[in-house]
Design a protein around this ligand. Structure first.
Ligand SMILES: C[S@@+](CC[C@H](N)C(=O)[O-])C[C@H]1O[C@@H](n2cnc3c(N)ncnc32)[C@H](O)[C@@H]1O
Length: 357
């Protein structure tokens, strides 16, 4: 067998081991670079030493860790730091979508029966693990960009559509002592995870988690004061296009005080097939294709914003491949502010009003 093919096979075991090592806290335990006594660690956290040693062997095969069997110790290897920062992607792939990869042949025979982004985890994905994973890669690759964008304007109530673990809302409430938050998610496992995290954190009285489908939200007194909307890594679940346009439009009525809609998603790469595609891209595109979920290109998103009542005041890069964050504002607000200007400046503002990229 060629070396290339062996690497494909072996990397499957390494990917599963990274996800599991993240899940049991082993990656955190190795983070400081000091050697870890394997038997001692397993004893402390009630782990099976044979399984943990096997995982470490798989990780050592890719120089993610180094192992010394004689002294029963492990420590970080050359690729450790990079793997540590991307561990959320591995959990997303292995724990979040593991069942899908296992059943890929069955799904190929049955066709696209998973097109609903529904509450049923068992069909193909595990919502709780996806939320955990997304919290981790968000913290590593999105948060610093997000903080900068949020900080440019005052606000009082934030609603996060498809909030997942509610990590982003908790972070906001930690940074803004007077802010309040509402997390909305369709998935019961995810909502349970978010409520649990919120109950254990300080400031929980300022954060409410609601289980609901964003496609079918109705106006409610709890939404009246929301002035900032968030939607991170969920927008594609709202497609097909006409449905997404209708949802984006409906947000302006459901959240009448909204001033900003900070929207972030991964778009279709249209990259040719390659084993060198960046981490995440191939998994994201194949898994959504199997679920029958269309992934729009960036150009398709930009076109949709204006049609659905929003304009992009700013586009910001984030550190996830083929992904962007947009600061969307209601078009009606742009019209109002232009109407307030003297006639000549209003004309200039109209012609400048197109998206900055
Ligand atoms: C990839 S996760 C992202 C979670 C979170 N926004 C983050 O950045 O960490 C997508 C989330 O959107 C939720 N979701 C998908 N479709 C939804 C819908 N129609 N209404 C509400 N939530 C939805 C999923 O349950 C999942 O928790």
């Amino acid at each position: 067998m060629s070396d290339e093919v062996s690497k494909i096979f072996n990397s499957t075991i390494a990917a599963a081991s990274i996800s599991a090592a993240f899940e049991i806290g082993l990656l955190d335990a190795l983070k400081d670079g000091r050697p870890l006594n394997v038997t001692g660690y397993c004893g402390e956290y009630q782990l099976d030493p044979a399984t943990v040693r096997a995982m470490l062997y798989a990780l050592a095969s890719f120089d993610i860790v180094r192992l010394d069997a004689a002294s029963d110790r492990a420590w970080s290897g050359t690729l450790f730091a990079e793997v540590f920062s991307t561990k959320g992607y591995f959990m997303w792939l292995v724990r979040g979508y593991g069942k899908m990869w296992q059943d890929l042949g069955v799904l190929a025979r049955r066709g696209h029966q998973l097109s609903e982004p529904s509450n049923s985890d068992t069909a193909a994905r595990d919502g709780m693990s996806i939320a955990r994973a997304s919290r981790d890669y968000g913290a590593n690759f999105v948060d610093r960009h997000f903080d900068q964008l949020l900080d440019v304007e005052e606000f009082s109530v934030v609603a996060d559509l498809g909030c997942g673990s509610a990590g982003r809302l908790q972070r906001i409430l930690g940074r803004y002592a007077n802010a309040r938050g509402i997390g909305i998610d369709i998935n019961s496992g995810t909502v349970e995870l978010a409520r649990d995290a919120v109950n254990r954190a300080s400031g929980s009285d300022r954060l409410r988690i609601v289980q609901a489908d964003v496609r079918h939200l109705a106006p409610s007194p709890q939404f009246r004061e929301v002035d900032v909307l968030l939607c991170f890594f969920m927008g594609h679940d709202l497609w097909p296009r006409p449905q997404c346009v209708a949802v984006f439009r409906s947000l302006l009525k459901i959240f009448p005080a909204v001033k900003r809609f900070l929207f972030c998603d991964t778009y279709r790469s249209d990259a040719p097939p390659s084993s060198s595609l960046p981490t995440f891209t191939l998994g994201f595109e194949v898994s959504h294709a199997v679920m029958g979920q269309y992934i729009p290109t960036e150009a398709e998103w930009i076109e949709l914003f204006e049609e659905s009542g929003w304009y992009s005041a700013e586009k910001c890069p984030i550190d996830i491949p083929f992904s962007s964050m947009f600061d969307l504002r209601p078009i009606s607000a742009r019209r109002r502010s232009v109407a307030d200007l003297p006639p000549k400046r209003a004309l200039l503002a109209e012609s400048d009003g197109h998206m900055k990229q």
